[in-house]
Write a protein that binds this ligand. Structure first.
Ligand code: NDP
Length: 450
């Protein structure tokens, strides 16, 4: 058995009951196999053994009191995975499904994604099984403050800089940042995704979605087509989905569907994003409410008799952008998309496609941009926020947006070149994994047994 595969087997055994982490390791190590095995210095230095083991895992209790006066307890996590090329960087996720396995898969992916941005940031991720849905603002604040009461001692501008993710937006970041500042008595850029009045960066909110579409636009153009005029499905209706849809529209594509965990809406005339923003960003409501704004739209609940089984992916499209959550797009869904003529898929979410779905896309020559390349615009702009905080300056929206676009085009070219170099032209999964790995592995080699 090769060095790479023996490390994968060992890591799966040593981390039982962590299926998402196993999935992420399998995808990455399988594609790195020939590259790593051709370089014995990596085995000698135990690069992979170290890479699959987080530098530090912090798990803690988060007690807080709800509006009924009852004590609630959630689990908190921060996985500081790899700091070879910079301070740990990665979002915080608040969702009832959060487990150590999910945070480890996200943290592992983040190492390679952050490396791909070309910026000096290491990989980390965190979160809690707390569910923000249906909670009052006071409950959210109580939870965030309790969370930060433990987390603050583990993070710092040069150590670990968290950001948002599922369930963590401007409101949650504000509460956590405010409490951090109070605890340490320092105003410093320890969190990204901050509000614009206290150190946030213009265009950070839009960055992941916009970045995804910039990369897709470049990929599609380099293959002789254009995003303009294409029919696009975007799953989810949160931060990434909304701004991906906005950029698609700006570049002339037609977004016909969005979703949430309850179901999906189809609007043949093109999604009205102003309505979606009001439902999701102002009212914190459900996508089913879209019909009250656009009566001609069709809403299909997941599991309802009208649901053909593949949810949003059963709709006909040219381009699909999964922007909700991990494993939301199965092998079956991928086959349906291919059958319906979808020619490009870009992952706005982290690991939204199962391993089987990815295989279907690659076999059918679908232009497939994996999350660690396609959604790296969020963390890249977070790094730009860190730069602005250190320089005590603020760039304009256009300045940040321009840098973001440059970074995404650069990522695409780097990934495409890495794929070509190993004889896997247009396999952007292989390209992203190798390109992301290279820099981290080299940095680890130079730094010795750390
Ligand atoms: P949000 O919380 O803003 O939105 C998440 C969206 O996905 C909601 O519409 C939500 O629906 C849906 N969703 C969440 N969980 C599930 C589920 N189990 N089944 C079906 N739908 C679900 O999160 P973001 O937009 O920030 O994040 C979306 C994805 O993008 C995640 O994978 C995240 O890791 C990734 N990402 C985010 C970045 C960022 O900058 N925010 C950066 C890079 C990647 P509902 O409201 O019903 O739960």
């Amino acid at each position: 058995m090769s060095y790479t595969m023996s490390i994968l087997e060992q890591a799966v055994k040593r981390n039982p009951n962590e299926p998402e982490f196993h999935q992420a390791m399998t995808e990455i190590l399988t594609t790195l196999q020939s590259y790593v095995d051709a370089r014995p210095e990596y085995e000698k230095a135990g690069i992979l053994e170290r890479l699959v083991e987080p530098e530090r895992v912090i798990i803690f209790r988060i007690p807080w009191v709800d509006d009924a006066g009852k004590m609630q307890v959630n689990k908190g996590y921060r996985v500081q995975f790899n700091s070879a090329i910079g301070p740990y960087k990665g979002g915080m996720r608040f969702h009832p499904s959060v487990s150590l396995s999910i945070i480890k898969f996200l943290g592992f992916e983040q190492i390679f994604k952050n490396s791909l941005t070309g910026l000096p940031i290491g990989g980390g991720k965190g979160g809690s099984d707390f569910d923000p849905k249906g909670k009052s603002d006071r409950e959210i604040m109580a939870f965030c403050q309790s969370f930060m009461t433990e987390l603050f001692r583990h993070i710092g501008v040069n150590t670990d800089v968290p950001a948002g993710d599922i369930g963590v937006g401007a409101r949650e970041v504000g509460f956590m940042y405010g409490h951090y500042k109070r605890l340490v008595n320092r105003f410093e850029g320890v969190f990204t995704g901050k509000g614009l009045t206290y150190g946030g960066s213009l265009a950070r909110k839009e960055a992941t979605g916009y970045g995804l579409v910039y990369l897709m636009d470049e990929m599609i153009r380099q293959h002789g087509k254009s995003l303009a005029g294409q029919i696009v499905l975007v799953s989810g209706s949160g931060n990434v989905a909304i701004y991906a849809a906005e950029k698609v529209q700006q570049l002339g594509g037609k977004v016909v569907a969005l979703s949430d965990s309850g179901g999906y809406v189809y609007d043949a005339d093109g999604i009205d994003l102003a309505a979606v923003k009001e439902i999701k960003e102002v009212k914190r409501g459900r996508i089913s409410e879209y019909k009250t704004y656009r009566p001609n739209a069709v809403y299909t609940g997941i599991g309802s008799p009208d649901d053909a089984g593949s949810g949003i992916w059963s709709l006909k499209c040219d381009v699909a952008l999964p922007c909700a959550t991990q494993n939301e797009l199965s092998e079956e869904d991928a086959k349906v998309l291919v059958k319906n003529g979808c020619f490009a898929v870009g992952e706005g979410a982290n690991m939204p496609s199962t391993l089987g779905a990815t295989e279907v896309f690659l076999q059918n020559k679908v232009l497939f941009a994996p999350g660690k390349a396609a959604n790296a615009g969020g963390v890249a702009t977070s790094a730009l926020e860190m730069s602005q905080n250190s320089m005590r300056t603020s760039w304009t929206f256009d300045e940040v947006d321009h840098k973001l676009r440059g970074i995404m085009v650069n990522i695409y070219n780097t990934v495409a070149a890495a794929a070509q170099e190993v004889g896997c032209e247009d396999n952007f999964v292989v390209g992203a994994n190798i390109a992301g790995f290279k820099k981290v592995a080299e940095a680890m080699l130079w730094q010795g047994a750390i």
